[in-house]
Design a protein around this ligand. Sequence first.
Ligand SMILES: [Zn+2]
Length: 426
Amino acid sequence: MYVFVLDQNLKPLDPCHPARARELLKADRAAVFRRYPFTIVLKDRTIENSVVHPHRIKIDPGSKTTGIAVVQEPIGRVTTAIEVTHRGQVIRDALLSRRVLRRGRRNRKTRYRQPRFLNRTRKKGWLPPSLESRIANIMTWVQRIRKFCPVIAISQELVRFDTSALVNPEISGIDYQRGELFGFEVKEYLLAKWGRKCVYCDALNLPLEVEHIVAKSRGGTNRVSNLTLACRPCNQGKGNQLIEQFITGKPDLLKRILAQAKTPLKHAAAVNATRWELFRRLQQTGLPIETGSGGLTKFNRKTKGIEKSHWADAACVGTSTPQQLLIKPIKPLLVVSIGHGRRQRCGTDRYGFPIRHAQRAKFFMGFGTGDILKANIPAGKYAGIYIGRVAIRFKPSFKLTTGGKSFDVHPKYLQVIHKADGFAVL
Ligand SMILES: [Zn+2]
């Protein structure tokens, strides 16, 4: 991954190769501005006397992991690759535990009241907190990248497949071999419709093939209503048999497949509320937003012979993807969303009984829990130099975690390298 570069007024310049950054740092022409993502600031340059190229942020939002790539526009060089792992389940669990504690407290401490319900309203565009956090994670990284890199546009994968390209595929007699790109859109459509598993044996996590329910040799068409997805053994096992011959003894399954084949995928199933909300938030940045479909992403990636990963998918989003992507010598920055701590002040035992209380302050002696620090301990059992994360205590004895072990350390030996920012770097 390239290194972000700022000029002496902290305006973003073109990212540079890590080797160049080392040279600049060694010659004392630059200083480290930030560790993650690695950013240097030049001491003898301003944006006015430098050549700056346009960059584009490309996003492939996922439910667990989102890929983000930054592409330098004219030459198609991927300068930055980031994979952000979200924390949906953690948030859900935390809210559930809060709810249980509140409920218990109200039952203990308040007089009886008549139940009130259906008396809450939600803002338009409301999303569950676990999904909201996903969007917040992505927006955080978009804003961060914009600070360090001259970004002029954003590309986002908005939908799995392009419905306008398919135009009512179940009814009109569209041939799925009409074009190479079209095949990718149809495959994504089928994946959404049939639930990413083999219809015959329910096998998950296998490469699935497009399967004709009525075989082509028996006059079966390429209409989407005649297509489904099957694993290779099932696809070959069925061959050109009739579906009734292939699944014998499972009338329920047969009925379900035939019924589902004729039903077009509901519009709602293809529309992902989180992605649309992300699209709206990205529009608020004021940058031009390009959107692409999952089918197009896959088509771009496959035709360029790029291996699948979240960040490579991101680099292939949208029609603006250049013919040639220079992405070879790149290692993504893997970050995990860990949040900014919690507001819970009252710790309980496993019965929900309050047993301890947390301090109100979040910082002590200039340190906060989660900061990445360098410890230089001169003497004692743990003498040496360490880099790790700290958990603060409200006494000058912090807990430093480094390399799987943790021990107490006095803050006078500590120096902040990177302030806690809600993400951990793998
Ligand atoms: Zn199968």
